[in-house]
Design a protein around this ligand. Structure first.
Ligand code: NOJ
Ligand code: CA
Ligand code: CA
Length: 722
């Protein structure tokens, strides 16, 4: 009996709270910068505190208690997820003239920043939010710790115990024989000096101490840190700076987090333009593993509505952009953020507020999950400047504005109209000033029409039943008759006509997460699921954990397949859904460095191989040590083969008719031209390191000064002698 009770208690402690996970597409995210939201506890404000809120680079007092106290306000906007800025313990010094009030300069991934509160405060936030049907997404920063050359010089702690800093780490750094990268806990390759290739991922982003995620200690440390949040009940992560990490490491990191819960993880891939560059190709590849913030979409919307531009051009650009993604509806749309100038700080037009309303409504009706930046609802701007850090003023609470009404109305509509959550996207009409698009999911429909030009009447083709439809935002009417919609469009107007018909056949809208390995739980969102049935993944029946007409939770079965994507099908009664897609991994995966000794090869090389993980071509980087390499999650203890290709991101890949072989029994897999003899094969070991927990030494500056002083004295003596 006791043992059983102990077991239940342990399970309760290990398993994240149930019910925290909902289908993300049916929700709206509210983004909060903790320091700038609400000061709920004045005793944690010092040091580096500015009570006057005039120095934007100091702490202004906001904390987890303050955020928790304001949950009713957030809930009043109809949102169902909160993205909180990073809350891990940050450096205790100023660096580059700023305190780490923003949270992106971590020193301890297992502790909470003392200006923001404690783990208990964090868990209370999650619990209180859950009572309001809101879940918490935390910003996590696995690319880098704090500044390498200032502040605490990359000092890193493991739950309070000093591990290393950038200078000590340098002493133990070695050159990885396969990548040519100087590395230990951190990479030691200076700052990113060219925004592509090896430096992009293996050098310091804006001087921030860049982690070597392939170091087994770093890999476990960052994973353990993230799991502390999972065990505290978060429903997802916003992962910072994904462009600067190896995709293969991220894949493996995410799989370990997903093995605990069907989380919603999205990345910040900073790219302002949707033009077809190698960079965009990488973003697209990344999006097949995890959704991203649609930064290029935001840029286009702000340009077109905040300045000048054609809605027709915008419609084409966005249709092209969304067509790149396997799950466009899981991407994230936003207008304002902590990195970009707020719309109202940027758009200098007499009708800026009207255009802001239109832009807000557009980000909430396009394919993708809307993110509302704190204060968008209260027209928050700074009078002191525009971009970072002036896009982070202290929150002004006002949920009675027109912007708040738009957010609330469209957030509520999203909960009931699945065309917003899962619909397709088709432009019906577009010219310079008018854009009309339709979105459909089964019997749920949306017809979105906007006009930034003068008032006009318009007749458009629309295949809806005859009748009069009401716009969700203003109540304006639209008459449909004989396949035509008759519209009266005011100047600077935005209309959302909608239909919520019954869905009697199973229809899948989304899978969360859409990357999975056997044993992992995934949440299937959609309609017409009835009350029971079967789910087939790659043709194999999945264990059902819960089932209702719009959501099914299943466990991914083992599937003997070498394909990257598997079909997910819901069957209920006699009816089967159209397949949705799941990116499948074999299971038991480790992040592996795949290296090819390639002194005789040139050009852009790719591999494609005999495992689901390698079924889609992966580009290789060329090292200075004569190897080509990439990182991929690979099933431990498995032999595999790959084919070599040559080519570039958007072109056809040319097969080189070379087959190479590998065996995964370590984090380095050097491919050879003979199949491995599995019993005896030992892969070369990664350069490893032992973490020595030493006493905390603040920084190397005193030593440097002392050395300079000694040198000076020596010089004087030498001169005097001479
Ligand atoms: C992107 C974040 O959004 C930004 O605010 C931060 O400074 C950098 N990454 C570095 O962490
Ligand atoms: Ca405070
Ligand atoms: Ca990096």
């Amino acid at each position: 009996m006791r043992a059983a009770l102990a077991m239940i208690l342990m399970l309760l402690l290990i398993l994240p709270p149930a019910g925290a996970h909902a289908v993300p597409e049916r929700g709206v995210i509210y983004q909060v910068m903790v320091d700038r939201f609400y000061d709920g506890n004045q005793s944690n404000n010092e040091p580096f505190y500015d009570p006057t809120h005039t120095n934007y680079r100091l702490y202004w007092g906001g904390d987890l208690e303050g955020l928790t106290g304001r949950l009713d306000y957030i809930a009043s906007l109809g949102v169902s997820m909160i993205w909180v800025s990073p809350v891990n313990d940050n450096i205790n010094k100023m660096a580059h003239g700023s305190a780490p009030y923003h949270g992106y300069w971590t020193r301890d991934y297992k502790r909470i920043e003392e200006h923001f509160g404690t783990w208990e405060d964090f868990r209370r936030l999650v619990k209180e939010a859950e009572k309001r049907d809101i879940c918490v997404i935390v910003d996590y920063v696995p690319n880098h710790a704090g500044p390498a050359m200032d502040g605490e010089f990359g000092a890193l702690y493991d739950n309070g115990t000093f591990v290393t800093d950038y200078y000590r780490d340098t002493k133990n750094a070695t050159v990885n024989p396969y990548t040519g990268i100087r590395e230990n806990v951190y990479h030691h390759n200076g700052n990113i000096f060219t925004w592509e290739g090896i430096p992009l991922k293996y050098a310091n982003l804006f001087g921030l101490a860049d982690f070597n995620q392939l170091n087994p200690w770093v890999d476990s440390y960052l994973t353990e840190g993230a799991l502390l949040f999972v065990n505290s009940g978060v429903c997802g992560f916003r992962i910072d700076a994904v462009k600067h990490m190896e995709l293969g490491w991220l894949e493996s990191f995410y799989l370990r987090l997903y093995s605990k819960a069907p989380l919603f993880i999205y990345g910040e891939y900073y790219s302002l333009s949707p033009e077809k560059t190698d960079d965009l190709y990488e973003l697209y590849r990344y999006s097949n593993v995890s959704p991203v913030l649609n930064i290029p979409v935001r840029e286009d919307i702000v340009r077109t509505l905040g300045f000048v531009g054609s809605l027709e051009t915008l419609s084409r650009t966005l249709e092209d952009y969304y067509s790149l993604f396997v799950y466009p509806n899981k991407q994230l749309n936003f207008l304002d953020s902590h990195d970009l100038v707020r719309f109202l700080n940027e758009a200098k037009r007499d009708d800026a507020v009207e255009r802001f309303h239109m832009a807000l409504a557009l980000t909430m009706t396009l394919p993708g999950i809307p993110v509302i930046y704190y204060g968008d609802e209260s027209y928050l701007v700074s009078g002191d400047g525009k971009g970072d850090p002036y896009n982070r003023p202290m929150m002004v609470f006002n949920n009675t504005t027109e912007a708040a009404r738009i957010i609330r109305t469209l957030a509520e509509l999203r909960k009931t109209n699945d065309a917003l959550a899962f619909g397709d996207f088709r432009t019906v009409y577009a010219n310079y000033s008018v854009w009309a698009f339709e979105r459909t999911f089964g019997n749920h429909r949306l017809f979105v029409v906007m006009n930034k030009g003068s008032q006009r009447n318009l007749t458009l083709p629309l295949d809806w039943e005859d009748g009069t439809y009401r716009d969700a935002l203003t109540g304006a009417g639209m008459r449909v008759s004989g396949g035509k919609a008759f519209l009266e469009l005011l100047h600077n107007s935005f209309y959302v006509f909608h239909v919520e018909g019954e869905q009697n056949e199973p229809l899948i809208g989304s899978v969360t997460p859409y990357t999975a390995e056997p044993g992992q739980r995934i949440l299937i969102g959609g309609a017409g699921f009835g009350s029971s049935g079967r789910v087939l993944i790659g043709g194999v029946e999945a264990r059902v954990l819960s089932w209702n007409s719009t959501e099914i939770l299943v466990e991914v079965p083992e599937v003997k397949a070498q394909r990257a994507w598997l079909d997910v099908v819901v069957e209920t009664g006699e009816k089967a859904s159209e397949p949705a897609k799941l990116r499948y991994y074999s299971g038991n995966d480790v992040p592996a460095l795949i290296a090819i000794n390639a002194t005789n090869l040139t050009g852009g090389l790719w591999i494609k191989g005999s495992l689901p993980e390698l079924a889609e071509p992966r580009p290789l980087l060329r090292s200075s040590t004569g190897y080509y390499f990439t990182v991929a999650p690979l099933p431990n203890g498995t032999a595999f083969s790959v084919e070599l290709y040559r080519g570039s991101s958007w072109g056809e890949l040319e097969p080189l008719n070379v087959t190479l072989y590998g065996f995964v029994n370590s984090t380095v897999v050097v491919l050879r031209d003979e199949p491995p003899i599995v019993e005896t094969e030992t892969a070369p070991a990664m350069p490893t390191m032992t973490i020595v927990h030493g006493p905390i030494e603040e920084n190397p500056l005193p030593y440097l000064l002392a050395a300079l002083l000694l040198l000076g004295v020596a010089l004087i003596i030498w001169k005097k002698r001479g």
